[in-house]
Design a protein around this ligand. Sequence first.
Ligand code: HEM
Length: 409
Amino acid sequence: MPTEYSSLQEKKFMHQDDWADGLPAIDDIIMGDLMEDPYPIYARAREMGSVVRIAATGLCLVTHFDDIIAIERDPETFSSRIPESNVVQLFGANLMRKDGHDHRRERQAIDPALRPGTAKRCWAPRLEAIVDDILNEVEPLGQADLFSAVAEPIAGRALIEVIGFVDLEWQTIARWSQAMMDGSSNYSQDSEPRLRALAAGREIERAVDLSLNQAGGPPEDSILGSMSRAGLSREEIHGNAKVAVGGGFNEPRDSLLSLLLGVLSDPVQRDRLLSDPALWPAAFDEAVRWISPIGMYPRKLTRDASIGGVTLPRGALIGLSVAAANREPERFVDPDRFDLSRPKVKNLAFGSGPHFCAGSWVARTLVGGIAGPRIFSRLSALRLVDSETVPVRGWVFRGPTSLPAQWTV
Ligand code: HEM
């Protein structure tokens, strides 16, 4: 596994946009603007064309819903195999950056741990116990930041269970996940996040080995149990465990916080949801559409191809901006609004095609099925301290970074 970028690789990766000189470009924003609020920038890009160069990122983004669907239907042309990507450089080879048979083999190895049936039979009772345990501690406080007191421990303890780690604190998996996120979204190739992600990766490998080497092996239903039973090599298990750590913690955390923010910011919608619990699945879908926890992921062209009438060359690296597509006004009326009364329309928060999120059922069960309803039933008259000043940050990964709330004890 390559553990460091060489300066040549870095250069090649950053200059993928030579071919993109003729494309419409947004070159008057800095990375900080995207981190603060990418949605006005996405709205501009959608108007400008099917593929738009965002100079600050060195990437060309596809922002239209139908274009992304068409791309994901043709993985032979729009490949996930991107050896120079941050994810491969930092995590090692993994299923998310493979295609065809190589991808299917590893996906089939991980899937049994994450199927709807396993989520219901095996994970739901354990996740209920975790959520209750955390709420038992928080309920008497009467106020807390729901980011650190509720969403982080729920997401962390759930993921430790689902992956099958032993003797691990949720704070450790939170630190690893943040390091993996910062490393994989490090499109400006700064050295601090890269080194921190590599160090976290080595710690994850040791934790994987601890679980695999314990007497009796890893828990049978867990991701590690499932991959080990399927006969994946230690190296493959290491790479995929890092994807699960990187992708399985902050997205459930952020989707839970966005869901709470959306519901708590509007008393009418809150009352509607609380009087009709059948709306919880729709509330979860609307939260991940409204603030997509993963806003963008890359694909690479294996041959010349056209996207929305724009011809791109073989080797071009593009970013699929599912966050932008999820706010397309033609598909979602008043798209910037969190709205529980929206008609049920597919959104792209979990991606689409062969790499559609493997953990979507576990995330759905945890956030919309268990944590959301229990938070409202346990924290009486739950309200935000100030819904106007909640900080929401990020573009590759996005969510509220703090959610101070109060309730009646
Ligand atoms: C709200 C929560 C979540 C969201 C929005 C989300 C989103 C996504 C997206 C957009 C992808 C596709 C990335 C790409 O194609 O490059 C993906 C892939 C993946 N996700 Fe999730 N995810 C969530 C939760 C989880 C959880 C809880 C787990 C594990 C326990 C997980 C495991 C994975 C894995 C293993 C892949 C790679 C699938 C493949 O390449 O075949 N995700 N996720």
